[in-house]
Design a protein around this ligand. Structure first.
Ligand code: ADP
Ligand code: MG
Length: 337
């Protein structure tokens, strides 16, 4: 099968309409911007051996490739408009392409985000996606807006993707039933696209959690010029996580939950006066939106730390139930460390 037949067969699943004027097939895609809206653009690349295992189910991989990009749009409060796909393939394997394009197509349809173009080449398996979305001008959620006194929230539950990864790698003992329960959190995460859009006008800052709460929250605090205090016993575990981590101490569990990564949940700050509104959103989405801590001015003294240590310590302080600062072993996932 040649390159063009391959594109025709597997990557022409999106229809024009709804502002998509020209899709796959011409030199460029053409899209109509909605008046009064700003474009929001983000790219993410998935490389075999680094972001996924060679033998991962291609349908899930197709879903996840778009999901991790949509998660970035969600973090900005943007509505998806379309995406491009740059694909390097070592060989043309039809069953793999069939599964991959079906998973990709499913996610594309679910979030109304058409595939508008791309590039296909021979090479080590690599999936590059650029996603485009829109927000009303000036209303995008940014990392830099957190204010002292704001509450900090996370959506959903954290650490499950990491627990699934450890289960697959045999580093964490769990029943195969439990692994199958956790596996979708690693292999086909759900981007919080609608939640992100509803957080506009409520959240003061937001980002998606891809590298773990500890490191990602530090990035948000750095961008906002603030410090965060996290109440570790407020962080939620799912029942499956509780079962998977039975033998873990509180510290070990916190390490996994706060530094595991691949959560694709939203982290956001909001003024305390909006607690009812956030609770209402949580009910509307049937998704936990858990208050996990507070934003503080950079020079705030933190209980349990001497003032000198507080100034020098990281931008994020994790406190135990007795309000003592806890040490985390890993900071966050970093591809080059
Ligand atoms: P060009 O050489 O002019 O860049 P190509 O011949 O590479 O164009 O691609 C032909 C058409 O197919 C273009 O519209 C391009 O956007 C689209 N395309 C190529 N690869 C992909 C892909 N993996 N997914 C979606 N569209 C693709
Ligand atoms: Mg090309």
């Amino acid at each position: 099968m040649g390159e063009f037949e391959l594109i025709d067969r597997y990557f022409k699943f999106s229809k024009t309409g709804n502002g998509l004027i020209v899709g796959v097939g011409d030199d460029c895609a053409i899209m109509d911007p909605t008046p009064g809206m700003q474009w929001v653009v983000s790219s993410d690349m998935l490389v075999e051996g680094r972001h996924f295992f060679a033998d991962v189910d291609p349908f899930s991989l197709g879903q996840k490739s778009l999901a991790v990009n949509l998660s970035d749009l969600a973090a900005c409060g943007a509505k998806p408009r379309g995406f491009t796909l740059s694909l390097a393939l070592p060989t043309v394997e039809e069953s793999w392409l069939e599964g991959f394009s079906k998973g990709l197509g499913e996610m594309s349809l679910r979030f109304d985000c058409p595939l508008v173009g791309g590039d296909t080449t021979k090479g080590p398996l690599c999936i590059g996606i650029t996603v485009m979305g829109e927000v009303p001008s000036g209303q995008a959620l940014l990392r830099s807006g957190a204010k002292a006194g704001d509450d900090l929230y996370v959506s959903g539950t954290l650490g499950e993707a990491r627990a699934a990864l450890l289960g697959i790698q045999g580093e964490l003992n769990m029943s195969s039933e439990l692994l199958e329960q956790l596996r979708p959190r690693l292999e086909s995460p759900t981007p919080r696209v609608l939640l992100g859009q509803k957080l506009k006008g409520l959240a003061s800052a937001a980002m998606d959690l891809s590298d773990g709460l500890s490191g990602d929250l530090a990035k948000m605090m750095k961008a906002s010029g603030k410090r965060a205090q996290v109440q570790t016993d407020w962080i939620r575990d799912s029942r499956a996580m509780g079962a998977a981590l039975q033998s873990f101490s509180f510290e070990e569990r916190l390490n996994l939950v706060a530094t595991g990564g691949d959560d694709y949940e939203l982290l956001f700050s909001a003024p305390k006066s909006l607690r009812h509104a956030i609770d209402a959103l949580s009910s509307e989405f049937q998704l936990p939106l858990t208050r996990v801590g507070e934003v503080m001015a950079l020079d705030t003294q933190i209980d349990g730390l001497s003032s000198e240590k507080a100034i020098n310590s990281s931008l994020v302080v994790f406190l135990d139930a007795k309000q003592q600062a806890m040490e985390l072993k890993a900071q966050s996932f970093d591809h080059f460390s």
